[in-house]
Design a protein around this ligand. Structure first.
Ligand SMILES: *Cc1c(COP(=O)(O)O)cnc(C)c1O
Length: 481
């Protein structure tokens, strides 16, 4: 890149800037001491930008889970809040509110036992590492308090994990003086074995940490089995050993792809969960979350109440100032993407089989059926068949997409977007599915729900028109119209 030639005035008189920054880089770049003299801003930009060219391209970095692309609209939100210090909660109350909304959404996503409108307990952090430090401290403090109350020694806390844990757990152990007891892996089994983990648990164990999405292989550990085995052990021993789930990478995957998988607060011993907002939370590096099952699981003594410019502000984080942009970006992703692209379909086809996707509406009582969806998709050019299954599954109606060689990622995304658009449109229309009996005057030959489902849109439309015509005729005759 060549800078435009500019003339600038300085105190020393007229200075003609060169057309490239090279004039400023004849001497070695400053590495140890702040240089004596300032340089023009375009030269500073050029020098740094050139050096950064040697960094890898984040989009090609397939080594990391961390987000490298966001929509330009969100980039714009990020840039416009880049000068907001998150900790100035009194000055930026909306940002604080957005963080609280994110915490609530995550806690609900993880099935925390809280009411619909109840606020959840949790906090935004710099990443899962800070989140894990906080969760670990909460367990340590809780365990210590119990041991003190029982008059037992509380100087040898330990934590049980698999040997596959992410390095931040080792950090936690070393920084906060907790012994890490690791379950060894073995060939062919690269996650924590719940049975072995429970064997390692003793009276000094502050928690067992399970990983949802092992860093090494991506595999989910069996948190349900761990919960069940630990419940038994707690019952036998009278201990109260809890579970933390490190869902840094899996926390925003499992609830969407495997909603039936029980790994979260549905399991009674799971007391806290961390998740990285900057991994599958789809925000750039710099945000993580930790949520607790309930108030009781976070010792009040760890919460600092800052009287900040006249208002009480409870905080539980390791540092004070930080940017607001990531919190805002996380809220953007939640409301922008929603729970699922539609959330309304169940996939009927199996993972093993020819490459096609057959899917049905989750809820047959919805006011529109798959035939209407297929019909509306035609408008966007998509030809997607809708059909009912043969006997005795004829009440199941599905849509089917065959994936062929030329079906690209781009087309797939377009199709998903168009399905979403069609669903929105249909939602705004009155139901065209006739409920049996509701159109008793219509010249409807079909009366069973099954036959109604098979009816084409045109047929349905025709019947509705006929019904209204008859109604109007009748009113005319009565002279009311
Ligand atoms: C990435 C990761 C961490 C660390 O999370 P950061 O958000 O990078 O601090 C911890 N545990 C697991 C399982 C991870 O994948």
């Amino acid at each position: 890149m060549v800078l435009t030639t500019t003339a600038a005035k300085s105190d020393a008189g007229d200075v003609l800037h060169c057309t490239f920054a090279s004039r400023y880089v004849r001497a070695p770049l400053p590495r140890f001491k702040i240089p004596e003299q300032p340089i023009p801003k375009d030269a500073a930009y050029q020098i740094i930008n050139d050096e950064l060219m040697l960094d890898g391209n984040p989009r090609l970095n397939l080594a990391s889970f961390v987000t490298t692309w966001m929509e330009p609209e969100c980039d714009s939100l990020i840039m416009s809040s880049i000068n907001k210090n998150y900790v100035d909660m009194d000055e930026y109350p909306v940002t604080t509110e957005l963080q609280n909304r994110c915490v609530n959404m995550i806690a609900h996503l993880f099935h925390a036992p809280i009411g619909e409108d109840e606020t959840a307990i949790g906090v935004g952090t710099v990443g899962s590492s800070e989140a894990i430090m906080l969760a670990g401290l909460a367990f340590k403090r809780k365990w210590q308090n119990r041991r003190k109350a029982e008059g037992k020694p509380y100087d040898k806390p330990n934590i049980v994990t698999g040997a596959n844990v992410q390095v931040c757990w080792e950090k936690f152990a070393r920084y906060f003086e907790v012994e890490l007891k690791e379950v060894k892996l073995r060939e062919g089994f690269y996650v924590m074995d719940p049975e072995k983990a429970v064997e390692l648990v003793d009276e000094n164990t502050i928690c067992v940490a399970a990983i949802l999405g092992s860093t090494l292989t991506g595999e989910f550990e069996d948190v349900k089995l761990l919960n069940d085995l630990l419940m038994e052990k707690n019952k036998e021993t009278g201990w109260d050993t809890p579970i933390h789930v490190d869902a840094a990478s899996g926390g925003f995957i499992a609830p969407f792809l495997y909603p039936e998988l029980e790994w979260d607060f549905r399991l009674p011993l799971v007391k806290s969960i961390n998740v990285s907002g900057h991994k599958y939370g789809l925000v750039y590096a710099g945000v993580g979350w930790v949520v607790w099952r309930s108030k009781e699981d976070l010792s009040e003594e760890l919460i600092f109440h800052i009287n900040y410019l006249g208002t009480d502000q409870p905080t539980f984080t390791l540092n004070f100032s930080k940017g607001s942009s990531h919190i805002i970006a996380q809220y953007y992703q939640f409301i922008r993407l929603g729970y699922e692209s539609t959330g309304r379909f169940d996939i009927v086809s199996k993972d093993v089989g020819v490459p096609l996707v057959a899917f049905k509406l989750k809820d047959n009582s919805q006011q529109h059926n798959v035939f209407e969806i297929a019909d509306s998709l035609r408008r966007f050019g998509w030809i997607i068949p809708a059909y009912t299954m043969p006997a005795d599954a004829q009440h199941v109606a599905v849509l089917r997409v065959v994936i062929r060689e030329d079906f690209s990622r781009g087309l797939a995304e377009r199709l998903v977007a168009d399905i979403g658009r069609v669903l929105l449109e249909l939602d705004d229309l009155p139901s065209r599915i006739m409920k049996t009996g509701s159109l008793s005057a219509a010249e409807s030959s079909a009366s069973s729900g099954e036959a109604l489902l098979k009816k084409s849109v045109t047929q349905t439309r025709r019947e509705i028109t006929a019904y209204w015509k008859r109604l109007v005729e009748k009113k005319k005759r009565n002279g009311v119209c």
